[in-house]
Write a protein that binds this ligand. Structure first.
Ligand code: PNW
Length: 479
């Protein structure tokens, strides 16, 4: 058996997203996104926080690049704030050259420091202006606006950017934004949370529209830009690993597969096979939209690589009886403890996140097998620490738990590469620095760099920041 390793040209680095780090919400004529508006509703965000300052990366991007360089990173995944580039968002609306210039400067700074940019076009922050027609719910308008936005970005940055992610985690936009209502725009059937929304239908429409918009952007890239720019484009899907609550119960084992299909294949099967998984059609019936032949052609085969976000695992217990119309899990329970009373992994600050590294190896293999051994770029992986925000700065910098997490997960990934024939080519740790953790505000930290929010957003590398290079150096070798 060969020694566990990674390819010597493996692309590793760190990730962030625009609304979580940039701040400067109105500077240089940026328009509001749905997150700016959502944060203004009292009670939606822990501590009623918002991204108005965040890490101040709009002004400090050179420091960010220096952090990356000092850590030895080879790549940086960041996202573009659509409403910085087109403040009102639409295809007829004016383009804001100053907003665009920020990203040109960031890319130039990265390249000048030998760091490969990976650009996410959409990390949840839809221009608020597009809510005039219903935003992600309006297929015709949204797809056309996203297509034109993506064209503008390819034109401006495509000579220098070789890795493109169309959408980050469409599952989160759909389910958390339109079913649970805990993310912008906060629509849900739960009338204690929102006066508008239908959890039984809207998430499936939104997912559908995101897939078609992804296909439209990929077509534009491949026809108009890829021949000369020679980059690669794909969508990033989130997915956690699953283990049966009762390994003896065939229904729990079946439910595990169904959970993966509802979470991952909802999008993955359409991109690779051209239609939704059978298990979803069976449960959702006509609430799950159908693709026209043209739409199917657009989306099928639209990934140059598979973008994978992965954090944790769950125990899965089947449910008997009819699923609720609001159910999005696949008629099952997702649990942290199994029948024997064992926990899936240690507690973190994020209620949903329990580290279980062997699940990373298993899920890499599952994705590779299901989709015909695609090239995989892990576009996010990382952890929060229980109570980290309550510690002193000196204590925060000693983040041994995060060091342990990355060692476990990166090793599990290298095992999938070495022993399971998974074609994994890159890995972006989440995150370069502590940042605005959506509905959890600034209480939850995911960074390898401590950001001191009370002292002008100064950055201090944690132990995990220093451990990363050694970890990858020990694994990357001639294969
Ligand atoms: C990802 N969940 O989001 C996002 O891409 C990042 O922006 C985010 O900061 C990071 O993970 C850490 O949370 C997720 O509830 C948010 O299962 C929530 C869930 C999963 C992913």
């Amino acid at each position: 058996m060969s020694r566990t390793s990674l390819p010597k040209d493996f692309l590793w680095g760190f990730a962030t997203a625009s609304y979580q780090v940039e701040g400067a919400p109105a500077e240089d004529a940026r328009g509001d996104s749905i997150w700016d508006v959502f944060c203004r509703i009292p009670g939606k965000i822990a501590g009623n926080e918002n991204g108005d300052i965040a890490c101040d990366s709009y002004h400090r991007y050179k420091e960010d690049v220096k952090l990356l360089k000092d850590m030895g990173a080879r790549a940086y995944r960041f996202s573009i704030s659509w409403s910085r580039v087109i403040p009102l968002g639409g295809r007829e609306d004016p383009v804001n050259q100053k907003g665009l210039q920020y990203y040109i400067d960031l890319v130039d700074e990265l390249l000048a420091n030998g760091i490969e940019p990976m650009v996410t076009l959409f990390h949840w922050d839809l221009p608020q202006g597009l809510e005039r027609y219903g935003g992600l719910l309006n297929k015709e308008e949204f797809v056309a606006d996203y297509a034109q936005y993506s064209r503008i970005i390819f034109q401006a940055l495509g000579d220098k950017v070789k890795y493109w992610v169309t959408f980050n985690e469409p599952w989160c936009s759909s389910i958390l934004g339109y079913n649970e209502g805990v993310f912008a725009p906060g629509r849900t059937s739960n009338r204690s949370k929102s006066s508008v929304g239908d959890s039984s239908t809207e998430p499936w429409l939104v997912g559908h529209n995101l897939l078609i918009a992804h296909g439209a952007a990929v077509k534009i890239y491949r026809e108009e830009f890829k021949p000369t720019q020679k980059g690669q484009i794909g969508i990033t899907l989130n997915g956690d690993w699953v283990e049966p609550w009762d390994p003896e119960d065939p229904k729990d084992i079946e439910a595990c597969q169904r959970k993966l299909e509802f979470a991952i294949s909802w999008f993955g099967d359409v991109v690779y096979f051209g239609d939704y998984p059978e298990s979803m059609r069976k449960q959702l019936g006509d609430r799950l939209p159908r693709f026209t032949p043209e739409e199917k052609d657009l989306v099928q085969g639209s990934n140059d690589f598979y973008g994978m976000n992965h954090y944790c695992a769950n125990y899965i217990k089947h449910r008997s009886g009819e699923p609720e119309p609001e159910d999005y899990l696949g008629n099952l329970e997702s649990l942290l403890v199994n029948k024997e009373g064992q926990e899936i992994g240690p507690v973190t600050q994020s209620p949903w996140l329990r580290p279980h590294a062997v699940g990373f190896r298993k899920l890499l293999k599952w994705i590779s097998d299901r989709y015909g051994r695609p090239a995989i770029y892990v576009t996010e992986n990382g952890t929060s620490l229980k109570g980290e925000n309550d510690l002193s700065k000196e204590e925060i910098l000693e983040d041994d738990f995060r060091v342990w997490y990355f060692k476990e997960y990166v090793t599990a990934m290298a095992e999938a590469y070495t022993h399971d024939d998974v074609d994994v080519r890159g890995y972006m740790a989440w995150s370069l620095m502590d940042n605005f953790e959506w509905a959890e505000g600034f209480e939850t930290r995911f960074g390898v760099t401590f950001v001191d929010y009370h002292n002008g957003q100064q950055r201090f590398p944690k132990k995990s920041a220093k451990a990363m290079k050694g970890l990858f150096d020990s694994l990357m070798r001639e294969s």
